[in-house]
Write a protein that binds this ligand. Structure first.
Ligand code: FEO
Length: 386
């Protein structure tokens, strides 16, 4: 599919993947690869292993040679078909950075004919030129972007991407409703993949400010053409921990006492008029909850105590969340207990590790009836702080 002058999308759509190394891909995903034709023919990234034939078929229709294979990222969903491409186009020279070179050797045993580049290096491919920008930890140490200056196209691999399978590839083809879904998926992707590396994202955004970008072609999901400014602005917000004035309440309950207490907290939030979303964690997709956590200023976590611990579904979510290092949150905890009641204190411990501002923590023995007013006040206080 042609996406610009002599630039083609040659990726594949993975409609049916629902679990991407633990990340729930509700809408499937795509592995985007791009072919740039000039005097030299350049393939930018490949696809996930298992989809090699589909990529090779597309290449065959467009070219009988590949001069350069740019490996922006060695993760298996993008470099999984490098070997297959090299078998078919043995003349192709690999372009990657030093960490990419090491990764290609360690992960795939590929050592042949690799040209190592670093930020600012350029490669003349005819009338046009490619520039490389290293983006360590966005998403892996080897991550890199490639920029086609003449057409102002950025190929940033994972950055600005989302897991979203579609028969359409460019944002201008989407209506507002679908675009909203796409932006949510981009947020979900950031929250679950990129969030721990927000400091590095800020550096990369600084680098990107130096170049003019009219099209962003990520390695997953759709191509940004009409919404370049908006997605870059979103990355600025997310990497700076800016969030909306809303609350996520993530909880679980054994016999309904924690759930009942939640109703009182909500009354308090409603009095202030702040929107909220509730997730019972045994029935929720953690990756979706994380997307909401990242985009919300407030977080309330509720858990009963089970065997002196946080209830398992809540503990699992907190472990997952802690690894993603959300920041700049205003938080509260609550939960019922039968006799020892450690859960609430342990939740607060997680909040403190993440340097959240904790506005309160309430625990109650079985019923929360005696603490109804206190719970309502907790909801009100947190909402007022947002
Ligand atoms: Fe889409 Fe980090 O791979």
């Amino acid at each position: 599919m042609k996406i610009a002058d002599n630039v083609f999308w040659v990726g594949v759509v993975d409609w049916n993947v629902r679990d991407f190394h633990g990340y729930s891909t509700v809408y499937g995903t795509s592995y985007n690869a791009y072919l740039v034709k000039d005097e030299k023919v350049v393939l930018i990234d490949t696809v996930k292993f298992g989809f090699e034939d589909e990529l090779l078929e597309k290449l065959e229709e467009l070219t009988d040679k590949i001069d350069y294979l740019v490996v922006n990222h060695i993760e298996m969903d993008h470099a999984g078909a490098v070997k297959a491409v090299l078998e078919k186009y043995p003349e192709a020279k690999i372009i990657t950075n030093a960490r990419g070179k090491k990764g290609l050797k360690d992960a795939y045993g590929i050592e042949k004919d690799i040209e190592v580049v670093k930020t600012g290096d350029r490669l003349k491919i005819g009338k046009q030129e490619l520039t490389f920008i290293e983006m360590p930890m966005v998403h892996w140490p080897d991550s890199m972007a490639t920029y086609l200056a003449e057409q102002k196209i950025l190929f940033p691999n994972d950055a600005f991407g989302m897991h979203y399978a579609s028969s359409k590839i460019i944002d201008s083809e989407f209506d507002n409703e679908e675009l909203e879904r796409v932006f949510f998926e981009a947020a979900k992707y950031y929250a679950n993949i990129v969030l721990p590396y927000s400091q590095q994202v800020k550096k990369v955004l600084g680098e990107l400010k130096k170049i003019d970008i009219e099209m962003i072609c990520p390695s997953h999901g759709i191509i940004w053409r009409d919404n370049v400014e908006k997605i870059v602005r979103k990355y600025e917000e997310w990497s700076n921990g800016r969030a909306e004035r809303k609350v996520v309440i993530a909880y679980d309950s054994m016999w309904g006492y924690t759930e009942k207490a939640l109703k009182k907290i909500i009354e308090g939030i409603e009095e202030v008029g702040v929107p909220y979303r509730i997730y019972k964690l045994r029935a929720s997709d953690y990756t979706e909850v994380m997307a909401e956590v990242m985009q919300s200023k407030g977080l309330i976590v509720g858990s009963p105590t089970l065997n002196r611990e946080i209830f398992p579904s809540v503990a699992a979510f907190l472990t997952y969340m802690k690894g993603l290092k959300p920041f700049n949150k205003i938080a509260a905890a609550f939960g019922s207990y039968g006799w020892s009641g450690e859960a609430v204190g342990k939740i607060v411990g997680v909040f403190e590790e993440l340097k959240f501002e904790v506005v309160g923590a309430i625990r109650f023995r079985f019923s929360s009836d005696e603490k109804s007013e206190e719970l309502k006040e907790l909801g009100r206080k947190l909402a007022e702080k947002l």
